[in-house]
Ligand binder design. Structure first.
Ligand SMILES: O=C(O)CCC(=O)C(=O)O
Ligand SMILES: [Fe+2]
Length: 393
């Protein structure tokens, strides 16, 4: 049985999971930029290179993975799906579901337009986040993310998304502010908000509600894409524990240390992630050949990607793809807002019926959604024997 602290971590949407714990064995990575900041704390296991590093393909024309990592050639990475027809007719719904099925089976990432989220509300949340990140760090730290409170502010260089992947990596060049569900049935701590900017609570809160609604509509289409009843997912997300994370990648003052990037290589943990990004660029996905491909930003769209839970739930029919954010040549600031959608914490994750058959038995044992997230968390901080889900005998 996990204790209260673990329980609160599990509720975080598990981006908190990648905050390196205070009491881990400390390894100070020698680097000029790190020397100026808090030392990186990392389990010893992270000091050894892993076999998960990817195939090297030519560097992209526009982005650098800080000199040491592979990057993309210019190739179309992910499809764009217009959801509008799905809101207009049954035939439209089926056609869109088919496009989603293809994207989920092949790359696990797609851009959506025609999503129905009002632009004015997207802009209001976005602008409130800019104002928040422009505040001095001392103001932002008034609502800190801690081991006991999974939301709030996480400072620059305080997280390493690659930490669970075994490779030696440096902390991400980013800061973030996180919020969680409003529904008391999710059994989450109440959200704490900074006084300034005053509008953050209203606009980011409203944005969270839009993301909940969009996730609900997307999962209806995903149910059709999996040949399920359209309402298959609805009872499983009625008191979901999704986390929303506003991210700021400050303008790079100096040349980054080789290998240090804005967000290290990782997969997301939950069902789907809904990402709004600005036009700076830098997000890359790893395709089936192990090549990094740029996700080209377009205005007012969202990027959708699948998390590990969805991949496991679908018996690996759908893919949870590795991705990262690399540094722009211009050193420009970048912003994004990621909504990490999760299931109800008490939902059993048992192979989806349409993803198995006599020749394709379930690969994974049943598991509660929050327990799976805890496993991911523990693996990401070096406290689990394996980060791979256990396969059924
Ligand atoms: O900022 C982005 O574009 C992506 C960030 C991300 O992948 C994450 O925080 O999980
Ligand atoms: Fe991610």
């Amino acid at each position: 049985m996990l204790g209260l602290r673990s329980f609160s971590l599990a509720q975080s949407g598990l981006k908190m999971a990648r905050v390196l714990p205070q009491k881990q064995v400390t390894a100070v990575i020698a680097s000029s930029s790190l020397a100026k900041s808090a030392p990186l704390r990392s389990p010893v296991s992270r000091l050894f290179p892993s076999s998960s590093s990817s195939a090297v393909v030519p560097l992209s024309r526009s982005f650098s993975a800080a000199s040491s990592s592979p990057s993309s050639a210019a190739k179309p990475a992910i499809p764009t799906i217009n959801l509008q027809p799905a809101w207009e007719s049954e035939a439209g719904k089926r056609a869109v579901a088919k496009e989603i099925a293809h994207a989920c089976e092949t790359i696990g990432f797609f851009t959506i337009v025609g999503h129905g989220v009002p632009k004015a509300d997207m802009d209001a949340a976005w602008n409130a986040c800019i104002k928040y990140f422009d505040l001095p760090a001392s103001d932002k730290r008034k609502i800190p993310m801690t081991e006991d409170y999974p939301y709030g502010y996480s400072g620059y260089l305080e997280e390493n998304l690659s930490a669970g992947y075994g490779a030696v990596t440096l902390p991400d060049l980013k800061e973030s502010f996180c919020i969680g569900p409003y529904n008391p049935a999710a059994l989450m701590p109440a959200q704490l908000w900074p006084d300034q900017p005053a509008e953050l609570k209203v606009h980011l809160g409203q944005y969270y509600r839009h993301m909940e609604d969009l996730a609900d509509r997307l999962l209806r289409l995903m149910a059709l894409a999996l040949d399920l009843d359209e309402g298959f997912f609805a009872p499983k997300i009625s008191h979901h524990r999704s986390a929303l994370r506003a991210l700021n990648y400050p303008e790079l003052k100096d040349e980054p240390v080789p290998g240090q990037i804005r967000a290290g290589e990782h997969t997301d943990y939950g069902t789907v992630t809904i990402l709004k990004q600005d036009l700076t660029g830098g997000l890359q996905v790893k395709n089936i050949k192990g090549e990094w491909c740029d996700v080209v930003p377009t205005p007012d769209s969202f990027i959708i990607n699948l998390g590990d839970l969805m991949s496991r739930w679908t018996n690996d029919k759908w893919v949870s793809t590795r991705h990262r954010v690399v540094n722009p040549p211009s050193k420009a600031r970048r912003q994004s807002i990621a909504f990490f959608h999760n299931l109800n914490h008490d939902q059993n994750v048992a192979c989806i019926p349409t993803c198995t058959g006599p020749a394709n038995p379930p690969k994974y044992p049943d598991i509660l959604a929050w327990e799976l997230l805890m496993q991911k968390h523990l693996a990401s901080v070096g406290q689990a024997p394996s980060q791979q889900p256990q396969k059924k005998e």
